[in-house]
Design a protein around this ligand. Structure first.
Ligand SMILES: Nc1nc2c(ncn2[C@@H]2O[C@H](COP(=O)(O)OP(=O)(O)OP(=O)(O)O)[C@@H](O)[C@H]2O)c(=O)[nH]1
Ligand SMILES: [Mg+2]
Length: 363
């Protein structure tokens, strides 16, 4: 899974539509996407298919139908104010250069997300946490006017905290400076190749800003290898500037998907190991008191057994010289002993139960 993330209106859904060569995801100048929408790239599918569970399981087939259903769903989810993350799953065969790259074997999923800065959308934080826990790689979109924004700094902090392995797996993170068609370039500059220089400077500015982030100092090699592309998409959904290089980068992501998956598995294993370790440490503190409780119970049982043995022996000795009466007395003594033993046993178990409920849990 490769997540496409960034602030609202950076052009995430537009970019994904353009990569797929078809308009499947709604786009708008207003905050729009409200669910995690993953698109699985497959071969041999005539029509895109959408499946999801929102109130009840649903399936939709056909490009227009999928687009319209996601549009209405985005509104329904926003209006409901629900915090539940809705997982929309599309399968489709791209009608673009992505298909020509021969990567549509089902192993790659591109995931569209709500804008990470949409703090008034209750579902955003959970969507983001889920995505970071699931994704093998990320394409981070930054609008040309926001390469030095606080929001980008915050995004880096969150990735470093939740998915640090992405900074250490080569190729797992790619940056896209979006909507660069709107960057102001003087005509005179343009004639002398100034347009290219402006975009080069924009990339440098982004890298410098990232280099100053504390969270990235832990990953010194990251910035020297990371890919940054300046991309734009026009009204007809045609990608320009370095869009071609971005398509190739998606192809490369497909070729390293096994490395990306392994890196995520290692990270999950490390997390499980840490949790297990913590539990074991916690148990070390609990175990001695539980052991003391077991030993106390054992001692009680021994006392009761010894007392019953002594009483039974006394009654036996009395029975022999006294004959018939002695037998009756012996029985009475045995009954009394059994009753006492039972009473002591009950008291012992009640005491043990009280200790357990008031103290540490039983294991
Ligand atoms: N000029 C220009 N406009 C763009 C470009 N890409 C997207 N847009 C416009 O930017 C607006 C937002 O695009 P979306 O694709 O909906 O943005 P998003 O990041 O998915 O937004 P959310 O889903 O709200 O997070 C739309 O009006 C798009 O037409 C671009 O490269 N150039
Ligand atoms: Mg969107």
């Amino acid at each position: 899974m490769i997540g496409i993330i960034g602030d609202s209106n950076t052009g995430k859904s537009t970019l994904l539509n353009t990569l797929l060569g078809q308009r499947l995801l709604p786009t708008s100048y207003k905050s729009c996407t409200s669910a995690i929408t993953s698109v699985q790239l497959v071969e041999g599918l005539q029509e895109p298919e959408l499946s999801f569970v929102w109130k009840e399981p649903e399936q939709v087939c056909g490009r227009k139908e999928v687009l319209n259903r996601i549009k209405s769903l985005n509104e329904e989810i926003r209006e409901s104010g629900s915090k539940d993350v809705v997982d929309l799953r599309i399968t489709c065969q791209p009608t673009s250069r992505l298909y020509d790259l021969g990567i549509c074997d089902g192993s790659l999923r591109l995931v569209d997300m709500p804008g990470q800065d949409e703090t008034d959308n209750p579902v955003v934080k959970d969507c983001f946490d889920q995505l970071l826990s699931m994704c093998h790689g990320l394409i981070v979109l930054v609008k040309h006017s926001a390469v030095r924004s606080d929001s980008l700094a915050l995004l880096m902090d969150r990735i470093a905290q939740e998915a640090p392995h992405l900074f250490t797996t080569p190729g797992a993170l790619t940056f896209v400076i979006s909507q660069v068609d709107a960057v102001r370039i003087d005509e005179s500059d343009d004639e002398t190749g100034g347009g290219e220089r402006v975009l080069r400077d924009l990339k440098k500015e982004l890298l410098q800003y990232l280099a100053n982030r504390d969270c990235l100092m832990l990953f010194p090699g990251f910035l020297s290898d990371v890919k940054v592309f300046c991309v734009s998409v026009d009204q007809k959904m045609v990608g320009a500037h370095e869009f071609g290089s971005l398509v190739e980068a998606v192809g490369e992501l497909h070729s390293i998907i096994h490395d990306l998956k392994r890196s995520r598995q290692e990270k999950l294993c490390r997390e499980i190991y840490d949790i297990f370790n913590d539990r074991l440490e916690g148990l070390g503190k609990v175990y001695p008191s539980r052991a003391a409780e077991v030993l106390e119970q054992e001692r009680h049982e021994q006392v009761v057994k010894q007392a019953s043995l002594a009483v039974a022996a006394a009654s036996f000795l009395v029975t022999i010289p006294l004959g018939g009466w002695g037998l009756a007395v012996g029985c009475a003594v045995r009954c009394a002993a059994a009753g006492t033993a039972l009473g002591v046993g009950v008291v012992a178990s009640v005491n043990a139960a009280e200790t357990t409920t008031s103290g540490e849990p039983r294991r």
